[in-house]
Design a protein around this ligand. Structure first.
Ligand code: KIV
Ligand code: ZN
Length: 388
C-alpha cells in the first residue's frame, strides 16, 4: 500500500527551547539544525527572530547553513515581526514565515481585549503581509484547541484566501482529548472552503500527557503535518515528541501514513539534544529513554532471551540502540543470570546455575542492580568448580 506522507515540522529550536533554564546559543543551535536535517525533518522552526538579537542571528545563520529543508521563523500577527522574520530568513533556500494570532474566547477577550471580526482582520493582514516576502506562509490559530469550530473554520477560510499554505491548529494548552482534537481536524477538512489549497498541521502540548495521542488523531483525520520536538521538550509539560509520532506511524503501517525520518538517528539525536540543553531524558521515556529496551523482571527476560518479539514491539536497532538489555535485579530469573554470565565468560551447567542463582539472589537483595563485574564475585562465593 502506498503511504501518504506526513511532514515533520521540528520546533525543538523554537517552542522546545522555551524550557526554563535551557537556552541554547547560536553555535549549539547550528549543530542541532544540521543534525535535524540529517534526521530528515521537513521543516526546521529555527526561532522567533524579533524576540531577541540572539534568536535573529540563529535564524539567519541556520538559513545560510541548512539547504534542502524548509527553514521557518515565528512571528506574531504584527507587521514589524514579519519584516524582521523576512530579513532573518532572506538567505534561506526554502523560507517559511509562521504567523498567527489567538482565536479562542479567552485569548480574544483577555489577551487582546478585542472581538472576532477584528481578529480575522488582523490574521488576514498578517498573512497578506508575509506573502509579500515569501510564498510559503503558515498561519497558527493560537489556542485552537479551545476555539469554537465554527469560528475557527471562518478564520481558516479567510487566511487561505489571503494565501496561507499551511494551517496550524495548536492545542496550545494541551486541553483536548484525542477524539475531540481529531474531530476538530475532520470538521475543518469538511467545512472550510478552499481547504484543499492548504495543509492542516497538528501542534499539540502535553499538559495532560495527550500530545502524541492528539497529533496521531489529527493525522488520522486528515492533517498532514505534525509539529514536534526532540524528546518532547517545550513549555510546561512540553510538546509532541518527534520520536514517538515517527515510530507510531512506522509501527502501524495500516494507518497508511509515514514520514521521511531516518529512525536510526533517533537515539543519538535525543542524546545530543539532552546534552546540549542540560535536560535529562526520563529513563522510562518511550523510544529513547534509557529503559525503553531494558528488561529486568524474570518472566520478561526469559521471553526476550527466547525471542525478542515476545516483549518488544520495536527492533532497538531501528531507533539506533545497539541491542536490548537484560538488567540483573532481585526479580531476575535463572535464564537472565545464565545469559549475562555467558556474556562475561561463564558457561554454566544447569546444576552450577542452580547453585550460583541462590548466591545471586542473596547478593541481588542488597543492590538495586547487579553489574557484570559483580557476577565474578557471586561465582567466586558460590564455591563451584568452574573454568572461566
Ligand atoms: O502552542 C502554540 O500555540 C504555539 C504557537 C505560537 C504556534 O507554539
Ligand atoms: Zn506551542
Amino acid at each position: 500500500m502506498s503511504k501518504d506522507s506526513v511532514q515533520i515540522f521540528d520546533t525543538t529550536l523554537r517552542d522546545g527551547e522555551q524550557v526554563p533554564g535551557c537556552k541554547l546559543d547560536t553555535e549549539q543551535k547550528l549543530v542541532i539544525a544540521e543534525r535535524l536535517n540529517e534526521l530528515g525533518v521537513d521543516i526546521i522552526e529555527a526561532g522567533f527572530p524579533i524576540s531577541s538579537p540572539g534568536d535573529f542571528r540563529s535564524v539567519d545563520e541556520i538559513s545560510k547553513l541548512v539547504k534542502d529543508v524548509v527553514v521557518c521563523g515565528l512571528t506574531r500577527a504584527v507587521k514589524k515581526d514579519i519584516d524582521v522574520a523576512a530579513e532573518a530568513l532572506k538567505n534561506a533556500e526554502r523560507p517559511r514565515i509562521h504567523t498567527g494570532i489567538g482565536t479562542s474566547e479567552s485569548h480574544i477577550k483577555f489577551k487582546f481585549n478585542s472581538n472576532k471580526e477584528a481578529i480575522i482582520e488582523k490574521a488576514v493582514a498578517a498573512v497578506s503581509h508575509a506573502k509579500t516576502y515569501v510564498e510559503d506562509v503558515e498561519f497558527f490559530a493560537e489556542d485552537a484547541g479551545r476555539t469554537d469550530n465554527e469560528f475557527l473554520a471562518r478564520v481558516c477560510e479567510a487566511v487561505i484566501e489571503a494565501g496561507a499554505t499551511v494551517l496550524n491548529i495548536p492545542d496550545t494548552t494541551g486541553y483536548c482529548l484525542p477524539e475531540e482534537y481529531g474531530a476538530k481536524i475532520k470538521y475543518l477538512k469538511e467545512n472550510v472552503t478552499g481547504i484543499h489549497k492548504a495543509t492542516l498541521s497538528c501542534h499539540c502540548h502535553n499538559d495532560l500527557g495527550l500530545a502524541t495521542a492528539n497529533s496521531i488523531a489529527g493525522v488520522v483525520n486528515g492533517a498532514r503535518q505534525i509539529e514536534c520536538t526532540i524528546n518532547g521538550i517545550g513549555e510546561r509539560a512540553g510538546n509532541t515528541s518527534l520520536e514517538e509520532v515517527v515510530m507510531i506511524l512506522r509501527q502501524h503501517p495500516s494507518l497508511g501514513l509515514d514520514t521521511r525520518i531516518n529512525s536510526k538517528l533517533l537515539f543519538d539525536t535525543s542524546k545530543m539534544v539532552s546534552q546540549k540543553m542540560g535536560m535529562i531524558v526520563q529513563p522510562n521515556k518511550a523510544i529513547v529513554g534509557a529503559n525503553a529496551f531494558a528488561h529486568s523482571s524474570g518472566i520478561h527476560q526469559d521471553g526476550v532471551i527466547k525471542h525478542r518479539e515476545t516483549y518488544e514491539i520495536i527492533d532497538p536497532e531501528d531507533v539506533g540502540v545497539n541491542e536490548s538489555s537484560i538488567i540483573l535485579t532481585a526479580r531476575s530469573g535463572r535464564a537472565a543470570l545464565a545469559y549475562r554470565a555467558k556474556i562475561v565468560g561463564y558457561e554454566l551447567t544447569k546444576i552450577q546455575l542452580d547453585t550460583v542463582y541462590q548466591e545471586f539472589l542473596k547478593f541481588a537483595d542488597t543492590k538495586k542492580e547487579v553489574m557484570d563485574e559483580d557476577i565474578h564475585q557471586i561465582i567466586d562465593t558460590s564455591n563451584i568448580d568452574i573454568e572461566s
